[in-house]
Design a protein around this ligand. Structure first.
Ligand SMILES: Nc1ncnc2c1ncn2[C@@H]1O[C@H](COP(=O)(O)OP(=O)(O)O)[C@@H](O)[C@H]1O
Ligand SMILES: [Mg+2]
Length: 238
């Protein structure tokens, strides 16, 4: 297992956002976490990337305690989060935004070019807009830029927080296709989504998160066909 989360609790002061979660992400998998607004999805991703500390419980990454890797070292160890709401630099160009994604400023020029080409192969639209300021991109393009920037760090574990949020249907379909392309490059993906139908359809395995607890798990297909999941997250009864 690439990532093993065991009975993790996370609080904001007195507010218990994660109340004992255990889940696993195997190398090369797409694992999806679905759940309503406020379920604790972002909190869990931030705990993995090191923005938040667990109050208790263990997380292992590549078989070792994640707590041994300092938050600022996690990107260079392959853990990279594309944050909710994109978080790109609006006053920087597309190229500058992508270059910010390299964890090492001293990466060889050839390596940098190789990574840029990989991103531009996935997102030809970004290549067309290489000199445009991030802030002037459409919502869908900003999301592409956020994912592209995360890929520049050559992640082993990519944490995607609601990549389809706020996007037009055309872009939503494209983002999910690209997530599948990224998987082919042997990047493991933990995907958080409210768009449960799309997310479950591309997931190898999935978990349902409800107010800080995991209430269901299974293959993407199992959860997609589950009456309770359909009722609660897919907007129609069984
Ligand atoms: N900075 C914060 N301070 C206090 N409570 C927070 C903070 N961030 C999130 N929460 C609370 O933690 C819970 C989980 O939030 P979050 O992880 O953002 O949910 P999700 O991403 O699933 O919508 C919610 O009840 C939310 O109000
Ligand atoms: Mg969230």
């Amino acid at each position: 297992m690439l990532l093993e989360i065991d009975n993790v609790h996370v609080s904001y002061g007195k507010i218990k956002a994660i109340k004992g979660i255990s889940l696993k992400v195997g190398s090369g998998e797409i694992v999806t976490l679905v759940g309503a607004n406020g379920a604790g999805k972002t909190t869990l991703l931030k705990t993995i990337s090191g923005i938040l500390q667990p109050a208790s419980g263990n997380i292992n990454y590549q078989g070792k305690p994640l707590s041994d890797i300092k938050p600022f070292e996690r990107v260079s160890e392959g853990i990279c989060q594309a944050p909710e709401g994109r978080g790109i630099f609006p006053g920087m160009t597309v190229l500058e935004n992508l270059e910010m994604g390299k964890f090492s400023r001293i990466a060889a020029k050839s390596e940098n070019e190789q990574d840029l080409n990989m991103v531009f192969d996935l997102f030809p639209r970004l290549k067309e807009r290489i000199s445009q300021f991030g802030g002037t991109l459409s919502g869908g393009e900003q999301q592409m830029l956020a994912i592209g920037r995360a890929l520049m760090s050559r992640p082993r574990l990519l944490l995607l927080d609601e990549p389809s949020m706020g996007l037009a249907p055309k872009f939503i379909a494209q983002i999910f296709e690209i997530i599948q392309e990224i998987k082919k490059q042997e990047v493991t993906i933990l995907l958080v989504e409210q768009n449960a139908a799309k997310a479950l359809s591309i997931a190898d395995r999935a978990y349902v998160l409800e107010t800080g607890l995991i209430t269901m798990e299974g293959t993407g297909k199992e959860l997609l066909n589950d009456p309770k999941v359909r009722q609660a997250y897919l907007g129609h009864g069984a």
